[in-house]
Design a binder for this molecule. Structure first.
Ligand code: PMP
Length: 361
């Protein structure tokens, strides 16, 4: 039908929807668990709740536009100048903003695939073209193939470490070798949403890396290790011209006073939060062992989630989990991602996977 009504840009019309992890359907007699969004299963610390409640009392006012208290707290924690920081409504917002600020229409954004599903969406929003480079068979970034994918149109490369949803992380040596070859005109974004959960030899340290490269920026979040997914706070650390560009395209007043207060309180509650992260890491080790003992070929897991490469059985396995009160995140025809949750939820996941493999072999 011919219409004269306004039409969104072509690249907007073809954007696939962002599929969030579903919450469980409440069921009588069965406690259900949500392992579908890589959230932190712990409730907020009392001090964090108190700080955000205090900030909530001022909700008739706009928040501090520059999030200055949060900038200062992050600068002190990371030992970086405040000009090297930018905060936004979750690290996903920073990824959108980076692509908006750096891509001209038709520029190419290279990222691994499968990886964080927001990457191709963010590229389309920026009128850029997403270039997906397949992961290796064990779910790792194929950095050599990503280098080969660089063209004169490449403007940004997104490196997700640890990789959502498969789990492995890049080493600093691998990253250094990669950065030595990437042309300096290409922005390299290190998406470290799960950095606090990494326990491996030679882990990437984005904050020291950006100091050596004018084309590197790191994104991190309060959603995962800090357990503030519902409040939407993320931050970027990088050279001043990059963080200035992030500020230029940011949504004014996006990070609420409540979110800023909770993030600042979380930074000072580091010991208690770090203890929770340790517990989740220990649970991850336990889940990984259990799944591998069940005969499953599970890639290394460096985030707060595990990947089960069930291929065509992914959706069926997710349904089996759901029946047992566990909501996981299926990627049809590819695999299932399950967050590390409460011990009881983790036990159930391993039980379901064990039963699944024994009945099928
Ligand atoms: N990066 C990765 C790799 C993620 O998995 C996520 C959340 N699923 C994000 C960024 C965004 O997190 P947030 O916007 O909550 O900071």
């Amino acid at each position: 039908r011919l219409t004269t009504a306004p039409q969104p840009r072509c690249s907007i019309q073809s954007i696939p929807p962002y599929v969030p992890g579903r919450p469980p359907t409440p069921r009588e007699g069965l406690r259900s668990y949500k392992l579908s969004s890589n959230e932190n299963p712990y409730p907020p610390l009392p001090g964090v709740l108190a700080a955000s409640a205090e900030a909530a009392a001022g909700m008739n006012r706009y928040p501090d536009l520059g999030s200055s208290v949060l900038h200062d707290a992050l600068a002190a924690r990371l030992e970086v100048p405040t000009e090297h920081l930018a905060v936004a409504t979750g690290s996903v917002a920073l990824i959108y903003q980076l692509l908006q600020a750096f891509c001209e229409p038709g520029d190419e954004v290279i990222h691994a695939w499968r990886s964080f599903e927001a990457y191709p969406i963010a590229a389309s929003v920026a009128a850029a073209t997403s270039v997906r480079v397949p992961l290796t068979v064990d779910g790792r970034h194929d950095l050599d193939a990503m280098l080969t994918a660089i063209t004169p149109r490449t403007r940004v490369i997104l490196v997700c470490t640890p990789n959502n949803p498969t789990g492995p992380a890049v080493t600093q040596a691998e990253l250094d070798a990669f950065l030595a070859v990437v042309p300096s005109r290409v922005l390299v974004v290190l998406d470290e949403a799960y950095a606090e959960f990494v326990r491996m030899a030679d882990p990437v340290d984005g904050v020291t890396t950006y100091r050596r490269h004018e084309n590197v920026v790191v994104t991190r979040t309060f959603s995962k290790a800090y357990g503030l997914a519902g409040l939407r706070v993320g931050y970027a650390v990088g050279p001043a011209p990059i963080t200035a560009a992030l500020r230029a395209v940011s949504l004014p007043f996006g990070v609420t006073a409540i979110a800023q207060a909770a993030a600042v309180a979380s930074l000072s509650a580091q010991p208690a939060l770090a203890e929770r992260v340790e517990t989740l890491v220990a649970e991850r080790v336990r889940v990984l062992d259990g799944l591998r003992r069940a005969g499953l070929d599970v890639p290394d897991a460096q985030g707060n989630f595990v990947w089960l490469g069930f291929g065509d059985d992914a959706s069926d396995f997710a349904v089996a989990c759901e029946r047992a009160g566990i909501v996981v995140r299926p990627f049809a025809g590819d695999g299932v991602r399950a967050s590390i949750g409460e011990p009881e939820a983790n036990d159930r996941l391993v039980e379901i996977a064990t039963e699944w493999t024994t009945t099928r072999t």
